[in-house]
Every structure is written in C-alpha cells, then in structure tokens.
Write a protein that binds this ligand. Structure first.
Ligand code: C2E
Ligand code: MG
Ligand code: MG
Length: 752
C-alpha cells in the first residue's frame, strides 16, 4: 500500500516532465517541417499528438488523485492505449514527413524519436508495460524507416539502442522498487523503535540517561532527574559520578560497583545491567544501568547513552528472602540450612588440609516444662536469651545456630586440639545453666551436649549429624547437664533400640508379656502382706528382655500406656485369687499418670475384677514430681480417694529430696536396694538415711518397705532398723502367678 502511495507521488512529478519533454520535441519538429511540407500536413499531426498527450496527462492525474491506492484495470488499459497512440503518432510522422520532404531533415526527426525513447527509460511510470510498448513501437518505427532508406548499419544501431532502452527501463523500475522497499523497511523499524521507547519511558522505574565526553549528564529527562533526586535544570551538565557518589565523591573511596562503572565509562566500554550502588540525597540506593558509547558520523566518541532503573526495592526484598532462608527469625542465629552448609564446608576443609572439625549438638534440659507451664511467649523469650549466651561463647572458627525447637548446634571449623570440644561443651553447659530472668520469672534450665568429630565420626554432613545426635541422646539419657562424645558403640545401641522398639510394639498383641509376683513380707511375722507385680517380656525376636531395658524404652515411646493398662488389669485379676488381706502392688510410670483417663481406668479395672480398692497399691517414683507435678498429683489423689494406697518407690535414688514425701499422703516408702546393700556393708551414710526415712515415715504415719534383702543378716539388720516390711530374694523371687497362688493353698512360712 505504502509503495503504491509512493508511486503515485512520483507519478505526479513524472507526468509533468513527460508532457514538457514531448512538447519541446514536438515544437522542434513542427518548426523544422512546416517550411518543408507545409502547415496542412504538420498541423493535423501536431493536433493529434497534442490531444494524445493531453489525454495521457488526464489519465495520470486521475490516477494520482484517485483515493484508491491501486490503479483500476480500466485506467491501466487507458494508459497503455495512450502510450501506444503517442508512439504510433511519432512513427507516422517519421514516415510521412521525410517522404514528403524528400528525405530532408530525416535525421533530425530520427534523433528526436531516439531522444524520446532514451528519455522514457528514465521517466517513471506506474505502468511499465505502457513504457515498454512506447519504446518498442518507437524503436520498431525507427528501425523500419531506416530499412526503407536502406541505412542498414544505422538500422543495426537502432535495434541495439531499442534493446538497451527496454532493458534500462526494466532496470530503472527494479531499482526504484528496491529503493522504496528498503525505505519502507527503515520507516517501519523507526516506528517500532519509537513505540518501544515510548513504552519504556512510560514504565515508572526506568529512565534514559546520556553523558558527554566529559562524563557530564546531558538532555536529562524528568524521570532521570527524579531518580537523581534533584530538579532537571540543576543536574544538567553535572558530572554523573558526582551526582551518584554521595560523600565518597570527596574521599574518592567509591563503593566497588560504582568504581566498576567509572572504569567502564573511562574505557568507553559498553555494559548492560550493571548493578551500581549509588547515594541519592544521602540514601543508599541500587541502580541497574546499561550503556553504550556513542560515536558521530566520523566515528569520534561523543559520550554515552543508556537506560537505567532503580532496583533498590527488589534488592531489599531479595536480600530479606536470602536472610530468612539462612537465619532463624526468633533468635537471629544461623538456621539449620546455614549450619549444614557450614558443616559441609568444614568437612571439605578437613579433607583438603588433613585437619579435624567438630559438631556439638546442644539441647536444653527442662525447656518443655517452661514452655508448658508459662506459655510459648515466655519460652520464646527464654530461647532468645539462650541464643545470646551461646553466641557470646563463640570464638573464631566457631559458628553456632539453631536447629529448631530447643536444639542448637555449634560447628568448630578447624579443630586444633581435641580438648577444645570438651572445654567448649563445659562452658556451654555452665553458662546455659545459670538462671534466666524472663519477665517476672526466674527460670532454671540446663543443657546437654553431644559431640562428634569429623571426619573420624562421620565423613558426610548427615553422618556427622547423626553421630552427634546419638551422643546427645546419650547425654540426655544420663539425666542431662552432661557432655557425651560420640562412640561407635552408640550406633550399635541406637540400631538395637530401634529394633527393640519395633518388637515391643507387637509384644502385647503377640501375648509375649507375662506378670511375675514378688512377695513382700511383714518384717516381724514374715507373713506375706502383698505381692509386687513385675512385668516380664519374652520376645520372639530378642528372647528374654529385662524390664530395666524395655521399660525406659516403653516410657520414651509412650508404649508404656497400653502396657501399663494390661499390667494393672492382669494384676488385679490375679489378686482375686489371694487371701483378702494380701495386697497387690502395681508399678505406674509418670506417662500413665499424665494420661487424662488414668483415674477412670483404675475404676474400670477394679469394677471388672471385683477387687476391693484397699487391696491395690500403686507404686510411683520421685520422677513424677519433675514434669507436670500437679497433673500427676491430681491423678494420684483421685486414685487415693477411691481407697487405693500409693507407695513411693526407689526412695533415695532419684532426687533424694525429703520434701517430696510431704507433698502426697503416701502409705509406704520403699527404701531402695542400694541403701539396704550399703547398710549391710557398714556404710554409715546408708544407715543414717534408712534411720531418717524410718523416723520420718513414722511421724507422718507411713510405713516403710526395704527392697533387695538377699540374706538373713540383711533381714535382721533391716528389722532392727525399724522397717515395717521387707521385699527381696531372701523371702522370694518374682514368681509366676500359679506359684504365688500355691503359697496360700499349702499353708507354710516362706522361709523354713
Ligand atoms: P522396682 O519397682 O523397684 O522393682 C523391684 C526390682 O528389684 C525388680 O526388678 C525385682 O526383681 C528386683 N529385686 C527384688 N528383690 C531383689 C533382690 O533381693 N536382689 C536384687 N538384686 N533385685 C531384687 P525387675 O523386675 O527387673 O524390675 C525393674 C524395674 O522395672 C522395677 O523396679 C520397676 O521400676 C520396673 N517395672 C517392672 N514392672 C513394671 C510394670 O509393670 N510397670 C512399670 N511402670 N514399671 C515396671
Ligand atoms: Mg516397684
Ligand atoms: Mg523399687
């Protein structure tokens, strides 16, 4: 379409020129031939030619003015007809005038025709066909007339000239079209570029910038001025670097990115998406700049031009995201991700330099009770204080972080001496165990530490973490406040523990559990007053497993809840077979007491078995006072309200606080075997403790039972110390239900 419009514009010019050329040549011919052949011949010829030229002009003008970009077929045909008519008119003249003038001035006429032919090749026409026909007819006319006059050589020249003219016409046309096409393409590109630029400028954050050879800003756009934080007029002509360097302009100490930019500008190097730290009105900002050096027609450098945008906000949010990914928000310590990265890095370092590194895992003792009793807000504040203390202990080469919950870890990168681990662990435990002041509470928590050394205890991050974790587990197991190093044996026991747990889960279903009963006798009469129910596990996979081993596991995994229920039911059913005055003692773990339905369960068991509540004595250890003491106490008080009694088991082994005894109305205090053995071996301390317990129990109206009496001498000693009841191998080992029953069917004293 555009091409057509261009052609029409060209046509308007061409048609005038053609008229002019034809007119001049026609006048010349008229002037030459009127004296020779008379006006009567030349006049009509000139009139016809004038008419044809007039029509041609009309047709062309119609074409130029027509709204339709494409010439209609009718107009095209008329153009061809005009061209043919004009050509024939000249050919007629070429034959007729020389004939009438006896060949005089023939050459002049021939030259005129050839001139018109030559001129036509350059004169543009929208219809190449009409031009070709015009030239062709004129050429043939000239050749024919030369033939008539026998001018054979000139005829050959005329043929060549005609062909050359035809070829030239075609070429002129092709060149014109190509030129126009190229122009059209350029115009199109210009349009696209300007569109893009407009769009670009409309994007708020972006601007165009330009500097001259002295690196002074030029043609500052409003948006660039805004980015610079100053009015347009003020910044125009100022050095770019001065505008963005802030205070570093005076010192010359540019930030590295700005220094990069200065270098690039100095070296006249183009750059794209260069991140530059700038200072605008004293505020740190980040720009992303692209620029290319400009050159004039002669290739001389004239400055730089480019685009820029302020990316401060994006950068801030991406920095924040990066921070969140690597730091714990609560404590601001490195998080698990960063710790594992640091550990991986430390392990690579050990490999490269044949050194050692270490991982310490730190777990708070009793944190859960703070969290449970005082709420998460207090727990969080406590964790923040713990973190601050931990951080203050870190030396160079040491990185601490939070793994989650109340678990922290320390990576020692280049471990010089192995003792460094235990020193640090000790300092961590001591510092973290000091009291904390959170709001109005003074809180006491301790810490346990498990450590592993790389690459000895683990060559990969996972291995080392697992080793340290096992060591930590061990440290916690031994009561907390301790540091344990990893030992290969821990892996073995961890694996065994796992397998044992799997088997324990199936034990009740497979009926692998059994109850044994150990008699408790009156210290004076040595009559059986009760039996303690002790659970036994004969595992299909592991053989006989001692309760000392599987009970703690069951407590950790809360499997003790179903097991304990089973024991309680089974023991009460069995006790129905004994004389009415014989009680049954059932061990109950803290986990069971924390279950909301414990009291209800006892009620159900008593109802189902028909056992009188007075015949059931529940045994608990001091550990129930450590966690959620009030919940456990409530549960026990409810059970006591039913008429059951409660014994305090293993007294003296745990926390040995006589204060516990006053907290609950125990019916019996069981003195642990270690004191009985100690007293038997003459330990004054053990004797004193037994004496004190017996005295206190008497004053509080409680009874005492001595555990683990194995010989007659021990029994005698205990009796003399004033204990009310005795339990031990000397009077009977734990035995199966039927064996216990037999004791009553054949009346006999236990010791002959
Ligand atoms: P415990 O309640 O203190 O039970 C007494 C333990 O001392 C029993 O060990 C018993 O066999 C042992 N024993 C009794 N007399 C003597 C003696 O003269 N010499 C020696 N060396 N030992 C004696 P056992 O059966 O291995 O039970 C260990 C612990 O497992 C029990 O200590 C109790 O805390 C726990 N346990 C046993 N059965 C149950 C149960 O059904 N539920 C709960 N929660 N714990 C249980
Ligand atoms: Mg017991
Ligand atoms: Mg005991």
């Amino acid at each position: 379409m555009r091409l057509r419009r261009e052609e029409h514009g060209e046509l308007a010019r061409a048609t005038r020129n053609r008229m002019f050329a034809n007119g001049i040549v026609a006048l010349l011919v008229v002037a030459v031939f009127v004296p020779l052949v008379g006006m009567a011949v030349v006049g009509p010829w000139a009139a016809v030619l004038a008419m044809i030229l007039y029509r041609t002009r009309q047709t062309d003008l119609t074409l130029v003015n027509s709204a339709a970009p494409v010439g209609t077929a009718q107009l095209e045909r008329r153009k061809v007809a005009n061209a043919v008519a004009a050509a024939l008119c000249w050919v007629v003249g070429l034959f007729v005038f020389p004939y009438l003038s006896d060949g005089k001035q023939y050459v002049t006429l021939l030259l005129a025709v050839l001139t018109l032919m030559g001129a036509s090749t350059f004169v543009f026409s929208t219809s190449p066909l009409s031009v070709l026909l015009y030239i062709g007819i004129l050429g043939m006319g000239a050749v024919a007339s030369l033939a008539v006059f026998g001018q054979w050589q000139a005829m050959g020249g005329a043929v060549l000239f005609t062909i050359a003219s035809l070829v030239a016409t075609i070429q002129v046309r092709t060149i014109f079209l190509k030129g126009r096409l190229a122009e059209a393409l350029v115009a199109e590109k210009d349009e696209v570029v300007s569109l893009l630029l407009r769009e670009f400028q409309e994007n708020e954050a972006d601007w165009l910038w330009e500097i001259d050879t002295n690196r002074r800003v030029r043609s500052v756009s409003p948006r660039f001025a805004f980015a610079l934080g100053r009015p347009q007029a003020e910044v125009e002509g100022m050095p770019l670097l001065e505008l963005v360097a802030g205070r570093s302009w005076e010192t010359g100490q540019f930030p590295p990115s700005l220094h990069d930019l200065a270098e690039k500008l100095k070296d006249r190097e183009s750059f794209s998406n260069l991140l530059v730290q700038v200072s605008i009105l004293g505020e740190e900002r980040w720009w992303e700049l692209s620029g290319t050096p400009m050159r004039d027609d002669r290739g001389r450098f004239t400055g730089f031009r480019g685009v820029g945008s302020d990316v401060t906000e994006q950068r801030k949010s991406s920095e924040k995201i990066a921070y969140l990914a690597r730091y714990d928000t609560l404590t601001q310590l490195p998080n698990r991700l960063q710790l594992t990265e640091a550990l991986g890095e430390a392990l690579r370092y050990t490999e490269q330099w044949r050194t050692r590194c270490a991982l310490l895992m730190v777990d708070l003792d009793r944190f859960k009770s703070v969290n449970d009793s005082l709420g998460h807000m207090t727990g969080d504040k406590l964790l923040a204080q713990v973190s601050a203390r931990l951080r203050s202990l870190m030396g160079e080469n040491q990185l601490c972080g939070r793994l989650g919950g109340d678990e922290f870890a320390i990576v020692i990168r280049d471990l010089r001496k192995a003792e460094e681990i235990s020193h640090l662990a000790r300092r961590v435990i001591d510092r973290l165990s000091e009291p904390y002041q959170v709001d109005e509470h003074t809180l006491y928590v301790g810490a346990s530490v498990g450590s592993a050394m790389g690459p000895r205890d683990g060559k990969t991050v996972e291995e080392l973490m697992r080793s340290a974790d096992l060591a930590l587990y061990r440290a916690k197991d031994s009561g907390g406040g301790e540091h344990c190093r990893f030992e290969p044996l821990l892996h073995v026991s961890a694996e065994e523990r796992r397998r044992l747990e799997v088997a324990l889960r199936k034990a009740l279903g497979r009926e692998e559990m059994e109850l044994h009963y150990q008699p408790v006798v009156d210290a004076r009469s040595e009559n059986v007053v009760s039996f303690e129910a002790l659970v036994r596990w004969n595992s299909a996979d592991h053989g006989f497993v001692s309760p000392g081993k599987f009970i703690p596991l069951a407590e950790d995994t809360r499997l003790i809840v179903p097991i304990g229920k089973w024991v309680m039911r089974k023991a009460c059913e069995e006790a129905r077979n004994w004389p009415d005055h014989v009680k049954v003692n059932v061990n109950v773990s803290p986990e069971q007491l924390l279950e909301p339905g414990f009291h209800q369960e006892v009620v159900e068991v008593l109802a189902a078995s028909g056992l009188k509540p007075e015949r059931l004595e529940v045994e608990v250890t001091e550990s129930i006072f450590l966690r959620d003491a009030s919940v456990a106490r409530n549960a026990l008080e409810q059970v006591m309200a039913l008429g059951c009694s409660v014994a305090l088991d293993d007294f003296g082994t745990g926390y040995s606080s006589l204060g516990y005894i006053r907290k609950l109305r125990f019916s019996t205090i069981k003195v642990d075997r270690t004191f009985v053995q100690g007293a038997a071996q003459g330990s004054a301390e053990s004797l004193a403790i037994i004496n004190a317990v017996v005295a206190m129990a008497k004053s509080l109206d409680m009874t005492t039972t001595a555990e683990g009496v194995e010989t007659a001498e021990e029994a005698e000693l205990i009796r003399n110390l004033g204990c009310d009841k005795i339990q031990g191998y000397y009077f009977g080992r734990p035995m199966a239900g039927y064996e216990a029953r037999r004791l009553f069917s054949t009346p006999q004293r236990l010791r002959a």
